[in-house]
Design a protein around this ligand. Structure first.
Ligand code: 5AD
Ligand code: SF4
Length: 466
């Protein structure tokens, strides 16, 4: 460092000398892909001198990264926009600007309808055009009401900044990396094929370069993301077609990268090469999120899942044969149109026979534009609520049983962040459970051997061994 640069202020400065420092507040709803996207958008804005703030009232730009998967998720956004309208007025009365932007799946699905329903919104941007956000924001600041929801022809990942080393460090030792986006499966309940578009895989070299950058920034564990992550496909360095199993093997060669995960998978795309990766790759964590949605063949067919309950169970047997330590997680929908008590009992039976370590269950929510919304036999809300409660009870019991089965085991834990008590850290088990342990701050990022001593409702407790 030269004398001159050492004299510069240490606080962050805008990329352009003429642009004063501005603050952005990003609120993320929904899935992990939105978390990843929010970070990428923040990184893109940082190049224009925007720094992140946790205080919405201080923000010059408020960006909601939204989710459209169920009605409740979408409605939350509009109530938040109502609150922001008041804040924007209050700031305007002090002569300060507040630009309000909506990104994510609500933006893609509803487009300029949002501008009509929420007059305080200045900017609507869909997931395929995030690389255009800095430019769109400039236009919005000049008074234009901007809607960017076209599917861009250019590759947004080429234009978004790669993760920055300092920011990666601040974000911690685990990271998400989107490798695939969109979905061609068209399950009849789901908006994703409409909001995120057709299935697209990022090229191998781009993914490897991003993973290496993350590892340089101190990341030890990467979770590959995609709406249908196991449909990812590309061309390997040898010029041959490859699938997710091969991609994981390439990533496994990065020094310093200790753990790999991927989510979300479709049962139809669990191929032999991926199952083999679970057998042979120690870095690939023995945990799999494999949604089935229902245990009834009739309902699976109506959902266009294109497999039966028996096929799902047989697949799980094959994966467990390759990796006996595998813990499973799933998604379930109760009250899909036409679901009878008997269909629901089939779901309960399937859950009993699989035994999930974790699961997410939802009441069916009719989404405009999906085939499910047109079906007759919509199930009454109180019936859905009762079924959901029964399913949740069973899944919670299974989750507790799984946690209890960990007590007494010796396992590896990746130390992630400070715990609630002084002198404690929180780490992750191979099965994604938070683990509380006495350890020093300087050990964050280490993988240590521990013995599980106790299982709490949402986390495990452990002591170091050796
Ligand atoms: N209603 C309820 N749940 C849904 N999901 C997707 N669409 C709907 C819907 N219309 C659930 C599925 C999916 C998860 C991400 O959200 O279980 O796997
Ligand atoms: Fe939606 Fe089905 Fe695609 Fe998953 S596989 S994103 S549930 S359409």
């Amino acid at each position: 460092m030269t004398q001159e640069t050492a004299l510069l202020p240490t606080s962050p400065v805008a990329g352009d000398d003429h642009v004063p420092l501005r603050k952005v507040f990003v609120k993320t709803y929904g899935c992990q892909m939105n978390v990843y996207d929010s970070d990428r958008m923040s990184d893109a804005l940082a190049r224009d001198g925007y720094v992140a703030t946790d205080a919405v009232e201080d923000a010059d730009f408020v960006l909601l990264n939204t989710c459209h998967i169920r009605e409740k998720a979408a409605e939350k956004v509009y109530s938040e926009l109502g609150r922001l309208r008041e804040l924007k007025k209050a700031r305007a009365s002090e002569g300060r600007e507040m630009v309000i932007g909506v990104a994510g799946c609500v933006a893609q699905a509803e487009g300029d309808e949002i501008l009509r329903r929420a007059p305080a919104v200045d900017l609507v941007i869909g997931p395929q055009t995030y690389h255009r956000l800095p430019e769109a924001l400039k236009r919005a600041r000049r008074g234009e009401r901007v809607v960017e929801t076209d599917y861009a022809i250019e590759d947004k990942f080429e234009h978004l900044p790669a993760p920055d080393r300092a920011k990666t460090r601040a974000r911690g030792v685990t990271a998400f990396l989107t490798v695939q986006e969109g979905c061609d499966k068209f399950c009849t309940f789901c908006v994703v094929p409409y909001t995120r578009g057709a299935e697209v895989s990022r090229p191998v070299a781009q993914i490897l370069a991003e993973a290496e950058k993350l590892v340089e920034g101190g990341v030890r564990e990467i979770t590959l993301l995609g709406q249908n992550v196991n449909a990812w496909h590309g061309t390997g360095p040898d010029g041959r077609d490859c699938g997710l199993g091969d991609l994981l093997r390439h990533l496994g060669e990065i020094d310093g990268l200790a753990r790999l995960r991927y989510t979300t998978s479709h049962p139809r795309d669990m191929d032999d090469s991926l199952i083999e990766a679970h057998r042979s790759m120690a870095k690939l964590m023995p945990y799999l999120h494999l949604p089935v949605q229902s245990g009834s063949d009739r309902i699976l067919k109506a959902m266009n899942r294109r497999h039966t309950a028996a096929e799902y169970l047989a697949l799980i047997d094959r994966i467990r044969a390759a990796q006996p330590d595998l813990a499973l997680s799933g998604d379930f929908i109760v009250g899909f149109p036409g679901e009878t008590e008997e269909d629901f009992e089939d779901t309960m039976r399937l859950v009993e026979s699989v035994g999930y370590a974790q699961a997410f269950s939802f009441k069916y929510s009719s989404r405009p534009g999906t085939p499910g919304a047109e079906l007759t036999g919509q199930v009454a809300e109180d019936v859905k609520a009762k079924r959901l409660e029964r399913l949740l009870n069973l899944l919670t019991r299974q989750q507790r049983e799984f946690a209890a089965s960990c007590v007494g085991r010796e396992i590896d834990v990746l130390l992630e962040k400070p715990g609630r008590l002084a002198g404690q850290l929180v780490g992750r088990s191979p099965w994604l459970q938070p683990v509380n342990i006495d350890a020093k701050q300087s050990q964050i990022g280490d993988i240590i051997r521990v013995r599980i001593t106790k299982a709490g409702p949402n986390s495990l407790f452990a002591e170091m061994v050796g």
